[in-house]
Design a protein around this ligand. Sequence first.
Ligand code: 2AM
Ligand code: CA
Length: 255
Amino acid sequence: MMAQAADKAARSLIRDFNEVENLQVSRKGTNDFVTAADLRAEQTLKEELSRVRPGFGFLLEESGPVKAADGRSRWIVDPLDGTLNFMHSVPQFAISIGVEQDGELIAGIVFDPIKDELFWAEKGRGAFLNHRRLRVSARDKLSSSLVAHGRSADESPEARQRFMTQMNHVLSHTRDLRRMGSAALDLAYVAAGRLDGYWEDGLKPWDIAAGIVLVREAGGYLTAVDGSPVELERGSVLAANPHLHGQLHKALAGR
Ligand code: 2AM
Ligand code: CA
């Protein structure tokens, strides 16, 4: 049911993405257009998800929280994760939908409509890419690992310095870094074993809710960047396969 809702929203995103490609060569700003695309996708998701589970609440990136009728369950939705990519016609973006029940994440999907890749997971049932079961990578040498990260939304000089230091530390211990621009897809890629690890600070619940379930169900380890338990509201994430999580944590801290 989440997949159907995502599919419907994806159709309008793909139409709008094709339009954005045309807009690149014009001088008119694409910002307003992309904001409208984002809102259209969110509206579709809200309507479709409300229809399948009328009692559920929402946490939506664009239109904020809606209380659950039963006070227990809510959708945590990012209609367009990777907005900057979308704006620049870079085909790396996704719809992310997480399900929280009694404060616990129990399911999630991350859908990349361009590659037609549906990453989905349910607590206790595993993680999947379309029909294939997912496992995190088995790589156990940090020196041969591929690790993604994102730039924290925090623009302060301290945050920037911390970011540069972390990047420096990790660069010198891994095979290479990637900054692909969609937190939801980065987490999905860790679950799929494409990336060996990923870290980012300053995220919002809708960026990571679905991805967290994916990584856990694929056998990955997840904490905040400082090693404490991951919390949706804090938006700090360090995800990796079980062999590398500790090593990556150490590398980030410069140890
Ligand atoms: P977005 O594309 O929906 O904005 C990139 O590093 C990741 O950070 C993306 O998942 C992006 O989501 C997210 N991001 C960018 N700016 C953000 C902000 N101000 N607050 C929270 N997340 C942000
Ligand atoms: Ca986002």
